[in-house]
Design a binder for this molecule. Structure first.
Ligand code: SF4
Ligand code: SF4
Length: 402
């Protein structure tokens, strides 16, 4: 969210939102399912979450009090002072952005997404508590597929680690949660996460020590594997969700049958399943695209970063990356030095140190030492920029033997 701002601009921005939050001077926009679904996470520290009012496009709701929020007509936005702050609560952020801009409000300055607001709210309202909307964990390089445009660059890795050792995964989780107080959704991913040989033991460890710091824990799979009983039992017992990326259109032999069997197995165990329908952020490393980005210079790089909609943090080997592409690009050997711009070393931080907590908040919100990540110059396919072509659908090769 602080993408493309200098450090001074970022601090000024944080201060303006911090003051509005401390003074309970923030409005909401959109009384949606999202609010019903997400509102409980605002109550993790206490029940004090409140907004000055919630604007909604549905006239039938105006004047009512719902879930403790006064519902207002968007027309009233015209009368708000110029420095007003709003949090967009619906998942339909792009349309609401246009509507708010038509009222003369500015993104970042006047309104932000709920995912960003949540981290700010817990920090400023609750003694610098650090919270994240989502966090990824990469547990294995192994995969049953080899997609041409793999966002994790798995087919391009020259040095494969295979499964990340259980002890390292445990250390990472301990370190992450020594600093971060709460994560809304923790995503366990690969490669193909279900291939990790010690996944059941890792789920036990997470459950015993850290599940209470997550609203949900979710395993990502490509739909080609039927997990063993050890994994299924734990997912059912601990309430771990499974998110399947649907590759039915990729022409993988036998995929449809396995996909249906997987869904049935998960249903039989009562495991919550979701089918990933998020847009595919194309990630390819064509020489032409990189050359175009280089030619655009630092300003072009900043535009690329500032317009990039990807928000996918990842934690690995003690480092927090606000963009997981940074982590995978390093793994593929394309960036070799100076981690400090793209990643924050949690081993160097002290949880009780206020400056370290502020630095972590800025990292969560996507600000680092420069207004663009080093990885952005290798990441040529993000949607939302005018420089690069629209994202393409993923393709998959023949499944490999595990
Ligand atoms: S399924 Fe495809 S995109 Fe996903 S990790 Fe494996 S190779 Fe990459
Ligand atoms: S590396 Fe790519 S995905 Fe990550 S912030 Fe930069 S442009 Fe966006």
């Amino acid at each position: 969210m602080l993408r493309g701002l200098t450090k001074e601009e970022s601090l000024k921005w944080l201060d303006s939102w911090g003051q509005a939050i401390e003074n309970d001077a923030v409005y909401g926009f959109g009384l949606s399912k999202m609010l019903y679904f997400r509102a409980p996470i605002f109550k993790i520290y206490d029940a004090s979450f409140s907004l000055k009012g919630v604007f909604d496009n549905n006239p039938a709701l105006w004047g009512q009090k719902i879930m403790g929020f006064n519902i207002l007509s968007p027309e009233a936005i015209k009368n708000l002072p110029l420095d007003s702050k709003l949090v967009v609560l619906t998942s339909d952020y792009n349309n609401v952005r246009e509507q708010l801009q038509a009222f003369g409000l500015k993104e970042k300055e006047n309104f932000i997404k709920v995912s960003v607001f949540w981290s700010l709210w817990t920090y400023y309202k609750h003694a610098q508590r650090l919270t994240m909307w989502s966090m990824g964990l990469h547990i294995t390089d192994r995969c049953s597929l080899a997609c041409d445009y793999c966002a994790a660059l798995i087919p391009k890795l020259t040095l494969k680690e295979g499964d990340r050792p259980l002890e390292l995964l445990q250390e990472d989780m301990d370190l992450l949660f020594s600093m971060v107080n709460f994560v809304s959704v923790l995503y366990i991913s690969g490669g193909e996460a279900l291939m990790h040989k010690e996944l059941p033991q890792f789920l036990d460890y997470l459950h015993d020590r850290h599940f209470h710091k997550c609203a949900a824990v979710c395993i990502n799979t490509n739909g080609t594997m039927i997990p063993g009983k050890g994994i299924l039992d734990r997912c059912a017992a601990y309430g771990v969700e499974i998110r399947i990326s649907d590759y039915s259109e990729a022409g993988i032999p036998g995929y449809g049958r396995t996909f249906e069997r997987l869904k049935k197995n998960l249903d039989d165990y009562g495991i919550v399943v979701s089918i990933a329908d998020a847009p595919w952020y194309d990630f390819y490393l064509s020489d032409e695209s990189r050359a175009a980005l280089r030619e655009s210079g630092p300003k072009g790089l900043m535009r690329h970063f500032a317009a990039c909609p990807v928000q996918a943090a990842i934690f690995s080997d003690g480092f927090f990356y606000s963009c997981d592409k940074s982590y995978f690009i390093r793994k593929a050997g394309l960036i070799k030095n100076d981690m400090s711009i793209d990643a924050l070393d949690f081993r160097a931080l002290k949880p009780e140190n206020q400056d370290d907590r502020l630095l972590t908040l800025m990292s969560i919100l996507n600000y680092y030492a420069s207004p663009a990540l080093q990885a952005c110059r290798f990441c040529a396919g993000c949607q939302g920029t005018s420089l690069y072509p629209p994202a393409r659908a993923p393709r998959a090769r023949q499944p490999r033997k595990a």
